[in-house]
Each structure stands twice: as structure tokens, then as C-alpha cells.
Ligand binder design. Structure first.
Ligand code: FAD
Length: 567
């Protein structure tokens, strides 16, 4: 049976042993009272919720999908009740500040929560997935009145949020947004326009939905520098419905339980969040966190696919034995396991950096953590989502023909996983963001600092045997490749400005493999002297090093060649 068991032991190993997070919490006043026992309790409760409440709704929600009834969107059966259970458990507020009514726990634990939620039910998780971003944006840029009216209800989960950016002519290039915001004498704006693909634009989980709408004031300059952000609630403070509606829900490949809405705003009442024409800047704050969340979607799918493939392979008999005993299947399962465990280390590391960027008492540490997070996030968003989809496809192969049949479950994971490569900035846009905008545009020192930090583990003295020292050697080799590749691209760009754009995807993948080399190295180091479970982690890491890391070569080779592509 296709089911979900939260990998609590693996999560704890990463948080405590590989990343040493509890010591980091002690250095941050916001988390000084937190210890591993409390974190364990939080994660165990999250595991219960995802396993007992969310996962059973996954396949039925996929079959039923969302529909419009009497002009309003209805989500699949059980979704509103699951939301209420989530709210009652205090989960929407996990990483929100205590002064806003939140629990003030680290993003790291929120990351583990979201890994579980997505693995168990991606469609449902789209609704709370937008909450934290809206909360952060409003907390940083909303007026005191807007904050007072909306923050407590968002933090408690009484109301949900939607992010309304995309329009038919404005997808990756948001400079083309046409939705208008006309100022009114009372300080509000009248928002008019059409948006498409708006996740959770309408639904029956909460009575009010707070839309953050990218729009243009009458005097706005053209392009992205003329975008403003308006808060537009579906229900106004006087209790009347705002002039906005979902005209339809998309019929799509996956995440059927998530209402992807075509939205119409007809002089809907809203209020600006942040300064006029500074809408994109207001949203930047939440972008790192939002992209780490999408990376976690890749991880969640990968884990769900992997653990079910392992269970199936152990049961399925062919050639007088379980297929799990066949070398080809053993290799596939170990590939999946190594990728899952490596990406867990990396996505959790990124979440830890977000915590440090916000809460570390030392301003230099805050700045360094923020700089590292901005490099890690595009790499992880793109690579982890690509691996989530690829891993689901590799896992499907373990079921043979049954994998292609809906009732076995893995085909839903494959379909659901695909979208994460597209939204929240497509993977191509992430690659350009990393190489062109960041590394060639001033974030070079952040990359150097990241490399230096990763290499600390390559040189860690250990009493390990020669095989374990291979980890350090592999990590050093990858770091050297990355440095050379970046220098080469920088040079090539002088004569051929298009070169970085051609190799950006490969460069990003190369960086991801470098990070994985570190993750497996750090895992092997953390496992030293441990129990049988730790030894298994080291052996999974070694498999990653031996069987997966060679794939890095092809990416670095392509970056070096930067061969022209016919126009
Ligand atoms: C299920 C779902 C949920 C969504 N949820 C939301 C939401 O809640 N809110 C919201 O505002 N939007 C949402 N979106 C929209 C999503 O963010 C966009 O689809 C995405 O940004 C891509 O835009 P596009 O579809 O117009 O593709 P396009 O921008 O037309 O891109 C098409 C292809 O060209 C590539 N491309 C474009 N420009 C470049 C370039 N300069 N260099 C290299 N490649 C390029 C892209 O990577 C892509 O592969 C959602 C979409 C879906 C399908």
C-alpha cells in the first residue's frame, strides 16, 4: 500500500548530528529555550498529523479535485476539516514570531514540517504553503493598521493568503503585469485586472482569503520598476464580499487538490503594502524562504517515492526472490536513498541559514548567513525539484507495469512533483538568478565564503579509514571545478555576453553536485563512532559519492565548453 512514514530518525540525525543545530540555537536568544527533546516532540506530533490526517486524503483529493459550485471554489472532501485540525494544532504559527501570536520556532523545524506535509499531500499543502510568505511580507512592509487587522488572523490560520502575480502576458517576466491600482481619496486603491494560475485564489478552507496582488499605479514607470503590491482581501472589514471572483479552476497534470484559480478583480478594494512602485522589493524578503519551501517539495516527493519503492521492492517476488535483491534494483533504491538524504542535509542547512540571518545576535553572522542563503536557494529550488520529479520517475520503474497504474500511488507522486520545477520562478530563471544576477553580479564573495565553509569538512581530521578520506578528496575536487568554472564563465562573458545564459543550467547543477559532495562528506563525518543507524547513513553517503557524484563531470564539462547553440 502506498503510504507515508515520516522519516523522524533520519531528520533527527541531520538536525542534531550533521548540522549541529541545537548548539546553534543556544547562540540565538530567540531559540535559547529550545532543545532537541522539544524539537523531537514537535516533529513527532507533525508526523502524526501528516500520517493520520493528511496522507489518507492524498489519493481521494487527487481523484476528486477542486470545482466551482455556486460561484465559489470547493476543495476535495476532508480538506476543510484537515485545515481546522492544522489550525487547532497551532501549526500555521510554528515559525511566526511570538509577538505576532506565533510559536517562534526555527525555520529549520518548519522545513521538516513542510517536508512531511508535502510528502503526505502536496495538493493540500499548497494552502498553508503561501501563509508564511504573506506573513513575512506584511510584517516587514505592511502599515501598522494593515498589520493589526491581518497579521493575527494569518498567524492563527483563521484566514489564508494567496499570491497573485501571474497574468497571461506576464509569467517569468513580471514587468509585463497590467493589473491596475487606482488610488482613492480614503487611502485605499481600486484594483482592476485579471490574474491566472493563482494557487488558493478561492477555496472553502477559511472565510477570508488575503490576496497580495502585483499591480501598477497610474503614474507607474514601465517594467518591473513600476510594480506595486496591494493587499486585497476577499471579504472587506465591514463583512461584505470584495469585488473579486474566481472565474475558473485549472484542470492540470497534478496537485488536483490545490485550487489554481483564474482571478478577476473589478475595482476591488485594496491597500498598498510597501512603497509605491516597490512591490517586487517588498516581495524579495519572502523569496528565499518561499524557494526553500519549494525545494522541500522536491525532497518530500523524493522521500515519499523512495520509501514506498523500498517497501514494494521488498515484497514483489520475481525470479524466486524479492526484486529488492536484484543488483539493478538495489542500485536504483540506493541512488534514491542517497539523493534523498543528501538533499535533506542541504535544504535543512538553507533553513538554518535563514534562521541565523534573522536571529543571530552578531550582525556579521546575520549578513553572512543571508548571503549564503541567497546563493543556496536558487540551487536548491531548481535541483531538488528536478530530482523530486526524476526520482519519482526512477521509483516508478521499481513497480514495473504497476507503477503506471493509478491505484499503486507512485504515478500521482510523479504528476504532483512536476509543477515544482515551474512555479516560484522556473528552474531556468533560478539558474540565471544564480549565475548571471548573483555570482557574476556581486555575490562572488558569498560564493567564495560558501566554498571555504564547505571545505572545512574536507579537511576535518579524522581517524577514518582511507575510504572515508575519499569524501574530503571528492569535495575538494568539486570545489576546484566550481572555482575554475566560475572564472571561465566570467572570462567568456567578456567576448560573448550570452555565454553565461547558455551554461547557467549546467553551472547550477554543478554547484548542486558540489553541495551534495559536502552533504555526503558531512554525513560520513557525523556518522563516525555512531551506532548501526549512523553506519547505515555513512554507507548511503558513500553510495552517493561513488554512484551519483560522477554525474557532476558532464555539467562542468559543458560549462567549460560553453559551445554555441544555433539561434
Ligand atoms: C499549478 C500552478 C500554480 C501556480 N501558482 C501561482 C500563484 O500562486 N501565483 C502566481 O502568481 N503564479 C502562479 N503560477 C504561475 C507560475 O509562477 C508561472 O507559470 C511561472 O512563473 C512561469 O510563467 P509562464 O507559465 O508564463 O511561463 P513563461 O514565462 O512563458 O516561460 C516558458 C518557458 O520559457 C522559459 N523562459 C522564459 N524566460 C526565460 C529566460 N529569460 N531565460 C531562459 N528561459 C526562459 C521558462 O523557464 C519556461 O521554461 C502557478 C502556475 C501553476 C501551473
Amino acid at each position: 500500500m502506498y503510504t507515508y512514514e515520516a522519516p523522524l530518525r533520519e531528520m533527527r540525525f541531520v538536525i542534531e548530528r550533521v548540522l549541529g543545530a541545537p548548539a546553534g540555537w543556544q547562540a540565538m536568544p530567540a531559540f535559547q529555550d529550545l532543545d532537541m527533546a522539544t524539537a523531537d516532540e514537535v516533529l513527532s506530533q507533525a508526523a502524526r498529523f501528516t500520517q493520520e490526517v493528511l496522507q489518507p486524503l492524498n489519493a481521494p483529493g487527487d481523484r476528486q479535485g477542486c470545482r466551482i459550485v455556486d460561484g465559489r471554489v470547493k476543495t476535495p472532501d476532508g480538506y476543510p476539516a484537515a485545515w481546522q485540525a492544522f489550525v487547532d494544532g497551532g501549526w500555521p504559527a510554528l515559525a511566526c514570531a511570538p509577538e505576532a501570536g506565533g510559536q517562534g520556532l526555527p525555520q529549520l523545524l518548519n522545513a521538516a514540517l513542510f517536508e512531511m506535509l508535502v510528502a503526505a499531500n502536496h495538493g493540500w499543502t499548497m494552502y498553508p504553503g503561501l501563509l508564511h510568505g504573506a506573513y513575512e511580507t506584511l510584517k516587514a512592509h505592511g502599515s501598522p493598521e494593515l498589520q493589526a487587522r491581518y497579521l493575527p488572523k494569518l498567524v492563527s490560520g483563521e484566514w489564508l493568503a494567496a499570491m497573485a502575480l501571474t497574468e497571461p502576458q506576464a509569467g517569468s517576466d513580471l514587468g509585463g503585469v497590467r493589473t491596475k491600482a487606482e488610488p482613492r481619496p480614503d487611502g485605499s486603491v481600486a484594483v482592476t485586472g485579471g490574474k491566472i494560475f493563482i494557487s488558493g485564489g478561492d477555496h472553502d478552507l477559511t472565510p477570508n482569503i488575503v490576496h497580495l496582488v502585483l499591480c501598477r499605479l497610474p503614474d507607474a514607470p514601465a517594467g518591473t520598476k513600476g510594480l506595486s503590491l496591494a493587499l486585497v482581501p476577499s471579504v472587506l472589514p465591514d463583512g461584505t464580499r470584495n469585488a473579486m471572483a474566481a472565474d475558473g479552476v485549472e484542470h492540470k497534470m497534478g496537485i488536483h487538490g490545490s485550487a489554481t484559480c483564474v482571478m478577476r478583480y473589478e475595482a476591488a478594494t485594496g491597500w498598498l503594502v510597501g512603497a509605491p512602485h516597490r512591490g517586487l522589493a517588498a516581495m524579495f524578503l519572502m523569496m528565499n524562504a518561499a524557494r526553500v519551501h519549494v525545494a522541500l517539495q522536491g525532497l518530500g516527493h523524493l522521500d515519499m517515492a523512495t520509501q514506498n519503492a523500498r517497501r514494494y521492492a521488498a515484497e514483489r517476488q520475481q525470479f524466486r526472490g524479492a526484486i529488492a535483491a536484484q543488483p539493478a534494483m538495489r542500485r536504483t533504491l540506493m541512488n534514491l536513498q542517497a539523493m534523498t538524504e543528501g538533499l535533506r542535509v542541504l535544504t535543512y542547512r538553507a533553513a538554518m541559514r535563514l534562521d541565523e540571518a534573522e536571529h543571530h545576535p552578531d550582525p556579521d553572522r546575520r549578513a553572512a548567513a543571508s548571503a549564503e542563503a541567497s546563493v543556496l536557494t536558487p540551487v536548491l529550488k531548481a535541483f531538488a525539484t528536478q530530482q523530486g520529479f526524476q526520482g519519482a520517475s526512477d521509483a516508478l520503474q521499481v513497480w514495473g507495469g504497476y507503477g503506471y497504474v493509478a491505484e499503486y500511488g507512485i504515478e500521482q507522486t510523479l504528476r504532483d512533483a512536476r509543477i515544482a520545477m515551474i512555479y516560484e520562478g522556473t528552474n531556468e530563471i533560478q539558474a540565471i538568478d544564480l549565475l548571471q544576477r548573483k555570482l557574476l553580479g556581486g555575490a562572488g564573495p558569498a560564493f567564495d565564503a560558501l566554498l571555504a565553509d564547505l571545505l572545512v569538512d574536507a579537511d576535518t581530521d579524522s581517524d577514518a579509514d582511507a575510504a572515508e578520506d575519499d569524501f574530503g578528496a571528492a569535495l575538494k575536487a568539486q570545489a576546484a571545478q566550481a572555482r575554475d568554472a566560475l572564472a571561465g564563465v566570467r572570462e567568456a562573458a567578456v567576448a560573448d555576453p550570452e555565454a553565461p545564459l547558455r551554461v547557467a543550467d549546467d553551472f547550477l547543477s554543478g554547484c548542486a553536485w558540489l553541495l551534495l559532495a559536502w552533504a555526503w562528506c558531512a554525513t560520513a563525518r557525523a556518522a563516525q563512532g555512531g551506532d548501526a543507524f549512523a553506519a547505515e547513513r555513512a554507507s548511503v553517503a558513500r553510495h552517493g559519492l561513488q554512484w551519483l557524484l560522477p554525474q557532476a563531470t558532464v555539467h562542468w564539462q559543458r560549462v567549460r565548453a560553453a559551445a554555441p547553440i544555433p539561434a
